[in-house]
Design a protein around this ligand. Sequence first.
Ligand code: R5P
Length: 315
Amino acid sequence: MFSKLKLITGNANKPLAEEVARFAGIPLADIELFKFSNDESFVKINDNVRGADVFVIQPTSYPVNDSLMDLLIIIDALKRASAQRINCVIPYYAYARSDKKDQPRVPITAKLVADLITIAGAHRVITVDLHAEQIQGFFNIPVDHLFTIPIFARYFKSTFKLEDTVVVSPDSGGANRARALAKRLECNLAIGDKRRTGNNDSAECLNIIGDVAGKTAILFDDIIDTGGSLIKVSRELVNRGASKIFAACSHGILSGAAVQNLEKSPIEKLFITNTIQLSEKAQKCDKVVQLSIAEMLAIAIKKIHIEESISILFR
Ligand code: R5P
């Protein structure tokens, strides 16, 4: 059993870390994190962490490479300060979409990031809705993979009339995820035949498999980045007679013109979690509704600290 539980945050999502700390009833440790004028990051942990069970909350979100580097530097500082166990809470795991060598001479950056985190000195990773479950296997340390589906399902059940609702995966890759939500909401599933013709915003929706006419469609995906995928599929849903369209995503990256494009799209509301701190533009957008994962993370942290099962979080 570990004696002291400590919570530390980097700069990537302080509001989430503060909310987790409130739910857990534990203050955030005192940490200084700044950049020298040459762009190098520096970290100093002002609290004693000797022998402590430390949880570092840092999604690797925008600015992605700074957030990742800060996480690595915090791990290194904790290791050299004799923390007993370093648990990295990474609600959004960047580079997860680079998870296979599917073209000649491309990297598997999700594996490289796993190696960096492990070599820096992490003992455990706690993450949320990985783009591909097999990324857990890129680590040789324990990975607790949490899901937002129970949070979305509870929200939709309490705020929506779910008759005539269909959950839609924008592509075949997300079908299992969408099926799991559809099962909890006791509604049907449809799948978009989304193809990418290049990078980022060049998605096309060629077909929708399943009946959506006259129904409320909930598009469900792990990531909304440029918004290209969801918006293209939402237009095809309109063509096929869907009566209302909502979207739900775990990770709201919302890069580039995503928010402006969302405003003009047939999507009435976009439900996202707070794994990633929203930009000001996204916070001001009436279509964006954020659901919090803070309580789930706080429960996970407290249970992991006392070495109890976390399976209650999957119900
Ligand atoms: C792709 O497989 C992912 O699950 C998301 O559908 C994709 O990354 C979303 O990106 P964007 O919003 O740029 O289309």
